[in-house]
Design a protein around this ligand. Sequence first.
Ligand SMILES: [Zn+2]
Length: 50
Amino acid sequence: MTRVTTLGCCPNCGRAITRDYLLIEYESDGCPAKFAECPDCRDVVHPSAE
Ligand SMILES: [Zn+2]
């Protein structure tokens, strides 16, 4: 199975961010949150859900 899982989109440039770029996953007030590096603008962002 080679399903590509995207975390969401970059809030800066709108690029889809895949799990390969996930830096850290944590929980904030019971809600799962993620930080990832955008492959396009190279910023550490909060991927926005699709
Ligand atoms: Zn970006």
